[in-house]
Design a protein around this ligand. Structure first.
Ligand SMILES: [Zn+2]
Ligand SMILES: [Zn+2]
Length: 233
């Protein structure tokens, strides 16, 4: 055990075993079993693409999640919000994110076919919220995916409306709550035009956030938009 570990010992976030943030036993509880769903209607969809019948002009084209948001995963993501754990969790979570994505055939084929034209765009936080937390998790995840996939990450969206927490809201209320909360960052307007975009966020619940972000990006000329989330509820 090195000096830093003596000062700040690591405990498994699930079983409290000393030495790791997540021990091998608890790691094995993480489920990659995220079958495809349509981001618009939340029903089963082969490969995670939006059903043709659910698509409107600015709809998101599909959504991919790496792991299930339950048990150990919930604890990992919760702890990701606290700075002392950040560096280690950043690596663990982005490894899980990456591994889960490359296992998905549809995602991988989009990635390969569109590589030269792809951009990662993190879902932004409202400024005061980001200041209070010190960082935006979605941005950190996008930076890590950017290195692993060799795709540029750009903060093309900004949050212009302070929303109440989406927790506990119905799908309809979530949509109302998030509506008009994003705008394009003017200096990146030309960077997204005619591009394929991977939107990055930590958790997928009803898809409202991804749908609203997709609408704004497509209205400004993005050709295709897919959501990538670390975990799905
Ligand atoms: Zn453990
Ligand atoms: Zn659908």
């Amino acid at each position: 055990m090195d000096f830093l570990n003596l000062l700040f010992p690591k405990y498994c976030i699930n079983c409290k075993r000393l030495g790791y943030y997540i021990c091998a036993d608890c790691f094995s509880f993480i489920s990659f079993d995220t079958e495809g769903i349509c981001a618009v209607c939340s029903r089963y969809s082969i490969n995670g693409l939006t059903h043709p019948r659910c698509k409107k002009r600015y709809s998101i084209d599909g959504a991919f999640s790496s792991i299930l948001y339950k048990g150990v995963t919930k604890k990992l993501i919760y702890n990701f919000k606290y700075k002392p754990h950040l560096t280690d969790l950043r690596k663990i979570l982005s490894d899980l994110f990456y591994e889960g994505l490359i296992q998905k055939e549809e995602f991988y084929s989009i990635y390969q076919k569109s590589l030269s034209n792809l951009i990662l765009v993190p879902i932004p936080l409202y400024k005061s919220k980001e200041r209070a937390r010190g960082y935006n998790q979605a941005e950190i995840l996008a930076e890590e995916l950017s290195k692993r996939f060799n795709i540029k990450a750009l903060p093309a969206l900004k949050r212009v409306k302070k929303t109440v927490s989406q927790v506990g809201l119905s799908k309809i209320d979530r949509r109302k709550n998030i509506k008009d909360s994003f705008e394009i960052n003017q200096n990146l307007k030309s960077a997204i035009k005619s591009h394929y975009i991977f939107l990055v966020d930590d958790v997928f619940t009803t898809g409202s956030t991804l749908m609203e972000a997709s609408r704004v990006l497509k209205r400004h000329g993005a050709r295709r938009v897919w959501g990538l989330t670390l975990a799905r509820d």
